[in-house]
Design a protein around this ligand. Structure first.
Ligand code: IMP
Length: 294
């Protein structure tokens, strides 16, 4: 939760501003952290502890200790010596010595998005990381390939939000699939929300096994209308695969056969989803700052 994370940063007596900044970046990516949770004895003189080392952070999700370095060479050399000693004495401990550039690169390597992502002013926090998306989309593709084994399903996407999800999902389905897209617009009419079809499918749907691929299901109105349309074209079967399910806001009960992630009632962007046509190119799914929507 963002409020709790912010309170944790505020309540932690960091020794340096660079540590507080690192903690804020970890919060942005939703990576849990502990500040100086453990001291490792490094040298004893008789019964007396002569030297110990306390890494700045421990990241439980990555099972990783982090020591942030400064640019002052003398301190960096001393830290290097201690980290080397720690590795010798505790080979099971995973520790990295990082400067600022390194840590943004390290987070990118762990699948948390590109190094510059943490500087986006309109984004509150990352909800689903690049790595989590990749894993889940792979699982969905494998499950769909198993379920449709021996068939050649037609994947149907509704533009434009589905573009990243469709492109990735498709490559994880090891079947002879075909793909088609619809474009719609929705607006408030006198009798509630009206969904208008701007571009219909190019391929015949009758007797095909159709899998409707959706970016996000919110109230369910759009999906309901699209499903009505697709059923009217008499497919052999019709199922739905939605990347995101914002179930708390559902008004129409639509069946979802495959779900990537259930998400809370937040406005999200990235991985194809936009806010006024922006942020579709973020490689993760992030929560937009609440003040932009009020
Ligand atoms: P529904 O008809 O309320 O289920 O809305 C579905 C459509 O609304 C999606 O296809 C999106 O285009 C848009 N939408 C709903 N929630 C979000 C969001 O959190 N971010 C971006 N677009 C959204």
């Amino acid at each position: 939760m963002p409020a709790a994370a912010a309170a944790t940063v505020a309540a932690t007596p960091f020794a340096h501003e660079s540590e507080a900044e690192f903690a804020r970046i970890l919060d942005f990516y939703g990576i849990s952290w502990l500040y100086e949770p453990r001291s490792f004895p490094l040298r004893w003189e008789g019964e007396q502890l002569a030297e110990a080392f306390t890494p700045d952070f421990f990241l439980p999700d990555l099972n990783l200790y982090i020591e942030l370095t400064t640019i002052r060479q003398k301190l960096a050399t001393e830290k290097n010596r201690k980290v080397r000693l720690l590795r010798q004495l505790y080979p099971e401990v995973n520790i990295r010595l990082l400067n600022k550039k390194d840590y943004l690169r390290l987070l990118a390597k762990y699948g948390y998005g590109p190094p510059e992502a943490a500087k986006l002013p309109d984004i509150d926090r990352v909800l689903i990381t690049t790595g989590q998306i990749e894993r889940r989309v792979g699982e969905l593709g494998a499950q769909i390939a198993r379920d449709y084994s021996g068939q050649a399903p037609l994947l149907v996407g509704v533009l434009k939000g589905v573009l990243c999800f469709m492109a990735d999902l498709l490559r994880h389905i090891s079947l002879p699939v075909s793909v088609d897209f619809m474009a719609i617009s929705s607006f408030e009419g006198e009798a509630g929300e009206v969904v208008k079809i701007l571009k219909d499918l190019d391929q015949p749907v009758a007797d095909q096994h159709v899998l409707l691929v959706e970016d996000i299901v919110d109230t369910g109105m759009t999906l309901n209308r699209v499903l009505e349309h697709l059923w009217s074209l008499r497919p052999a079967s019709l199922k739905v695969c939605a990347l995101l399910d914002k179930r708390a806001r559902r008004l129409v009960d639509v069946p979802l056969d495959y779900i990537g992630f259930e998400i809370p009632d937040e406005f999200v962007v990235g991985y194809g989803l936009d806010y006024h046509q922006r942020y579709r190119n973020l490689p993760f799914i992030a929560v937009l700052k609440h003040e932009l929507l009020s």
